[in-house]
Design a protein around this ligand. Structure first.
Ligand SMILES: C[S@@+](CC[C@H](N)C(=O)[O-])C[C@H]1O[C@@H](n2cnc3c(N)ncnc32)[C@H](O)[C@@H]1O
Length: 471
């Protein structure tokens, strides 16, 4: 089994983790931030570059390009397909809202709806009562004038969907919507359990796209980068330009209900911290780009950058579910990683305390220096269909994408692979915890795989696949 950081609503049994922080204003559905003058705008994948994929890999989606498609139709198809992928973010938000309903601890004292209870929803009056009470409490919390940022964003989301919190009748409609989402999640969970043999690197092909994020992939990347350095595949100070595809936005925890801190982005900071600690990059020379289709993610990072320009730091909360059923080896090594996380990019500060309803967590917080935050450039880009047209000296030394490609089938993964290969320098690395469809190599060769056993039986092992750009 493979570890997934998000399980956006699958509710798959896995001790979920970390949520983090910062301030985001409620520009939630506004335009994405503009990118700096030196950064070229993303371009759609040209038809000739996509041809090897079109010819070799079956498109299994509902709206596939016609055989022998011409350039004009190709552009129209790309635009339509890009819009379709972005629509999946809405279902992902519904999953986050449902995870908040199931696991949140800040707004209710009611029992959590774990996987066992999820399966019983609709059949057990007890579980139905938990769900009803949770829905009532959540609606009160969404309506509260002092709601935290995450709840404010969720309220904006339900209002965008046409729900209101004003009258009892409005709230009854919203409650029905929350419970219908819970029933949908139950159905998807049961389906996923049935499909035990599904290719796990494409496991969520049919699912809404979630923003959930946590720290395991960052630890896995840390191990992999250390291995690449130790084996001489990466040289000290060899990394200057880095891209993170799908950094995510950490807000609603799945299993343990860590919903007590504002939305935050952590992966770009954790990766920078590792690169500096290992001596692979220098703080004053590195540039990190993030590519994401979510305006929430992009605006959040844009705001952090603007704050950094005003000399304001960015604080991340780092809860670690140390009581999980981890292997002793993973618990010890992750704890060491977690204790030093942030040491290269900021300094420890007092964390927001973990609520009583979330036992088993250790936590800490790090205040990240503004000059580190300023190294990050968020770009609105769909990696399946778009790339940055970069001059050779602007290409990346390292591209990272964790818990993103499993939302796509082999055809889409192969297109994304073409886009990422184009943006990598010869000898540069792409790291992912999904094994990408590789029937069209696109100039990438698989270099190493790092296996990270994480939990005691049932054993969950995460893998990081390292792909190297051939000269
Ligand atoms: C589940 S989160 C993963 C967050 C983080 N990488 C981690 O492993 O914890 C998936 C992220 O990928 C982004 N994403 C999904 N499809 C994308 C695409 N085609 N292009 C760019 N970003 C995408 C989502 O918006 C979200 O931010």
């Amino acid at each position: 089994m493979t570890a997934r950081s998000h399980q956006s609503g699958s509710g798959i049994s896995f001790p979920a983790v970390l949520k983090r922080c910062s301030c985001v204003i409620l520009t939630f559905f506004a335009l994405v931030p503009s990118i700096s003058a030196q950064t070229p705008a993303p371009e759609f994948l040209p038809l000739d570059s996509a041809q090897p994929v079109l010819q070799k890999i079956a498109c299994t989606g509902s709206a596939c390009p016609a055989a022998n498609i011409g350039p004009v139709d190709w552009t129209a198809w790309l635009q339509k397909s890009d819009a379709q992928i972005r629509q999946r973010l809405d279902t992902g938000e519904e999953d986050s809202l449902t995870n908040l309903l199931r696991f949140g601890v800040t707004y209710t004292k009611e029992y959590r709806i774990d996987d066992e209870y999820l399966v019983l929803y609709g059949q057990s009056s007890l579980v139905n009562a938990f769900a009803e009470n949770r829905a009532d409490d959540l609606i009160k919390a969404l309506a509260a004038s002092n709601a935290n940022q995450g709840f404010v964003e969720m309220r904006a989301f339900v209002e965008k969907k046409g729900y209101s919190l004003k009258t009892p009748a409005d709230r009854a409609k919203l409650k029905a919507y929350l419970l219908a989402n819970l029933a949908r999640m139950q159905k998807e969970f049961l389906q996923l359990r049935e499909q035990a043999k599904t290719n796990r690197s494409q496991e969520f092909e049919q699912r809404g796209i979630s923003l959930d994020s946590n720290l395991w992939p960052d630890y896995d990347l840390d191990l992999t980068l250390q291995t690449l350095l130790d084996s001489g595949k990466l040289k000290p100070n060899s990394i200057r330009r880095v891209a993170i595809v799908g950094p995510g936005l950490d807000f609603v925890n799945k299993q343990e209900g860590v919903d007590y801190y504002p939305p935050q982005v952590t992966q770009p900071f954790a990766v920078l911290d590792t690169l500096f600690r290992l001596g692979l990059a220098k703080p004053d020379a590195v540039e990190l780009y993030t590519f994401d289709i979510s305006s929430r993610v992009n605006l959040h990072l844009d705001m952090a950058r603007k704050n950094a320009a005003q000399d304001q730091p960015y604080t991340v909360q780092l809860p670690w579910y140390s009581d999980g059923r981890w292997t002793e080896d993973f618990r010890a090594k992750f704890t060491t990683y977690w204790q030093q996380l942030g040491s290269q990019i900021g300094k420890p500060v007092g964390p927001i305390p973990v609520p009583q309803g979330s036992p088993g967590f250790a936590t800490r917080a790090v205040k990240i220096r503004p000059e580190i935050v300023a190294r990050i450039t968020p770009v609105d880009m769909n990696i399946v269909y778009q790339r940055l047209p970069l001059a050779p000296d602007q290409r990346f030394d390292l591209i990272i994408g964790t818990n993103i490609f499993l939302y796509y089938g082999g055809f889409e993964q192969a297109l994304a692979r073409v886009n990422m290969a184009t943006m990598l320098k010869p000898g540069g690395y792409l790291l992912s915890n999904d094994k990408l469809e590789d029937a069209v190599p696109a100039g990438l060769e698989q270099a190493t795989t790092t296996d990270i056993p994480m939990t005691t039986p049932p054993v969950i092992t995460d893998h990081i696949y390292a792909y190297r750009r051939t000269p």
